[in-house]
Write a protein that binds this ligand. Structure first.
Ligand SMILES: Nc1nc2c(ncn2[C@@H]2O[C@H](COP(=O)(O)OP(=O)(O)O)[C@@H](O)[C@H]2O)c(=O)[nH]1
Ligand SMILES: [Mg+2]
Length: 203
């Protein structure tokens, strides 16, 4: 994907503040520290557009980036999937949930998973909920540079085996924002969902 323009549009604390102009949204979700902001910078070819931080829980807002004036890439708060866990209470939990479920332009979600971890109960619940909400999602394994090639390949196989059956084996995208691996493959998977005719009468 060629990135011609990227514009930070806004941070929203509420669903109602999200841009809604007919352009598709691609949301990026995952635990704090999984590498969401770093991946967004890598995907967009910008060094520090989305704020990155080693501190967990840094981002608590929905951050909207307009790409090529065609679609929004949305940096969700960490633990975004806690929104679907009724046991979890949090200020931004319901916000993410409402946004993903209620916004008409949300087309797909990148669900980031740290290669070195294992599928957690929250992620399994989130995938289940996304399936019920009929929201397509793409699992992305982050930080693959953290393991040496042999261990990495083994771990990727384990992830493939543990993902829910409705997730196609080819849907899993291993990436390293650090070593710059996986960008074009990931864009190729999601770009069809983001392709659309320009909206009528738009300025
Ligand atoms: N080794 C390595 N570290 C990464 C990678 N992506 C992110 N990180 C580091 O992981 C930490 C958390 O990243 P960040 O993007 O802020 O995560 P977020 O909380 O999900 O937005 C930062 O210290 C990043 O430098 C990667 O591909 N490889
Ligand atoms: Mg972040």
């Amino acid at each position: 994907m060629k990135i011609n323009t990227v514009e930070f549009i806004k941070s929203a604390a509420e669903f109602a503040q999200a841009p809604q102009d007919g352009r598709p949204h691609l949301a990026v979700a995952g635990r704090s520290n999984v590498g969401k902001s770093t991946l967004i910078n890598y995907l967009l070819g910008r060094r520090s557009l989305a704020r990155t931080s080693g501190k967990p829980g840094h981002t608590r807002l929905l951050n909207f980036f307009l790409v090529n004036e065609a679609f929004y890439l949305v940096d969700l708060p960490g633990y975004g999937y806690a929104a679907v866990d009724r046991q979890t209470r949090g200020e931004w939990g319901p916000m993410v949930h409402n946004y993903l479920e209620g916004h008409p332009d949300v087309k797909a979600l990148l669900l980031l998973l740290d290669l070195r971890r294992e599928l957690g109960a929250e992620e399994a619940r989130l995938m289940d909920w996304l399936g019920k909400a009929a929201l397509p999602f793409f699992p992305v394994l982050t930080k693959i540079d953290k393991l040496k090639p042999q261990a990495r390949a083994k771990k990727i196989r384990v992830w493939r085996e543990h993902l829910p059956p409705e997730v196609m084996p080819g849907a899993l995208s291993p990436v390293s924002s650090l070593l710059k691996i996986g960008r074009e493959e990931l864009w190729a998977k999601v770009s069809l969902l983001l392709a659309q005719e320009p909206a009528d009468g738009e300025s």
